[in-house]
Design a protein. Structure first.
Length: 263
C-alpha cells in the first residue's frame, strides 16, 4: 500500500504547488496582459470612432442635401405663389374694369407683340376676332388707358396698331386746373413718348397735366386716358405747337386688353 500512498501524496503536493504558483503569479500575468488589452481596446475604439464618424458624416451630408432641396422647393413655391397673386390681381382689375365698362367691351388675351425685348413694337396680336364681334377700326383699351386701334381681323384673332404708329391719330385734350381744355392730335411717337401736335391754347398746356381723348372725330370715345404731358414747344413766332406725352399704358407688359364692340 505504500507505493499508492506515496503517489497520492505526490499528486496532492504537485496540485498544491501549482495552486500556490498560480495564485502567486496571477497578478504578474494580468499585468503582462494589460498592454495587449489596452492596445486592443484603443484600436477598436479608434476604428469604431472612424466608422461611426463616417456614418454620421454621411447622414449629415444626406440631411444637408435634403434640407437644401426643401429650401429650393420652398423658394420655387414662394415664387409660384407670388406669380399667382400677381396674376389674380391682374385678372381682378380686368374683371372690375369689365364690369364697370359694361357689355360694350370684349375682353381678350394678347397673343404676341412685335418689338419684344428690343423695344416697344407697333402692333399686338390679340386672341379675339370676328366670331367674337371684333371689327376693323375698333378701339383697344386697358384699365390704365388707350392702347390702339384694331387694323386687321380674322375669325379668331385680330391685330391692333399701337399709338406709337403714326398712322393712328387720336384727337385729344389736356385737362387743366382752370377748366380750359387745350386740344391737339396724338400722332405717333418713339419707344418712350407719344408726339402731340397741333396744340391750341398752348399757354394753358401745363406739363404734368393729364391727356385724354376728346371724342372729336367719333373714332375714340371721350375721356379715355392717354398719358401725362411732359413738355410743350413753340418757335419764336408761336407756330410750332407740339408736345410730348408719357403714355399711361406699359405696352411691353400687356397681357389682356378690351376691344370696343361696335353696335
Amino acid at each position: 500500500m505504500k507505493p499508492k500512498t506515496n503517489g497520492a501524496l505526490t499528486i496532492a503536493a504537485l496540485a498544491a504547488l501549482v495552486t500556490v504558483v498560480f495564485v502567486s503569479c496571477r497578478p504578474a500575468a494580468v499585468e503582462a496582459a494589460y498592454p495587449i488589452e489596452k492596445a486592443k481596446v484603443g484600436l477598436f475604439r479608434r476604428v469604431w470612432s472612424r466608422i461611426e464618424g463616417s456614418v454620421k458624416g454621411a447622414k449629415a451630408s444626406a440631411e444637408a442635401a435634403r434640407l437644401r432641396q426643401e429650401i429650393a422647393s420652398l423658394a420655387i413655391l414662394r415664387s409660384d405663389i407670388e406669380s399667382l397673386e400677381a396674376e389674380n390681381e391682374r385678372l381682378r382689375r380686368a374683371l372690375n374694369y369689365s364690369e364697370k365698362a359694361g357689355s360694350a367691351w370684349i375682353p381678350a388675351e394678347v397673343l404676341s407683340k412685335d418689338g419684344g425685348a428690343a423695344g416697344v413694337g407697333r402692333k399686338l396680336r390679340i386672341g379675339k376676332g370676328s366670331f367674337a364681334g371684333v371689327c376693323e377700326g375698333a378701339v383697344v383699351v386697358v384699365p390704365e388707358g388707350l392702347v390702339g386701334l384694331v387694323t386687321a381681323v380674322t375669325p379668331h384673332t385680330c391685330e391692333a396698331t399701337l399709338l406709337f404708329d403714326g398712322r393712328v391719330k387720336v384727337a385729344c385734350e389736356i385737362e387743366t386746373a382752370s377748366g380750359e381744355r387745350p386740344r391737339g392730335i396724338i400722332a405717333g411717337g418713339s419707344d418712350d413718348v407719344l408726339r402731340l401736335k397741333y396744340l391750341t391754347n398752348v399757354e394753358k398746356a401745363v406739363p404734368r397735366a393729364r391727356v385724354v381723348t376728346s371724342g372729336l372725330g367719333g373714332v375714340f370715345p371721350k375721356g379715355l386716358e392717354i398719358g401725362t404731358l411732359l413738355d410743350v414747344r413753340t418757335d419764336e413766332r408761336g407756330l410750332v405747337r407740339e408736345g410730348e406725352v408719357l403714355p399711361s399704358v406699359d405696352y411691353l407688359s400687356l397681357e389682356d386688353v378690351f376691344i370696343r364692340r361696335e353696335e
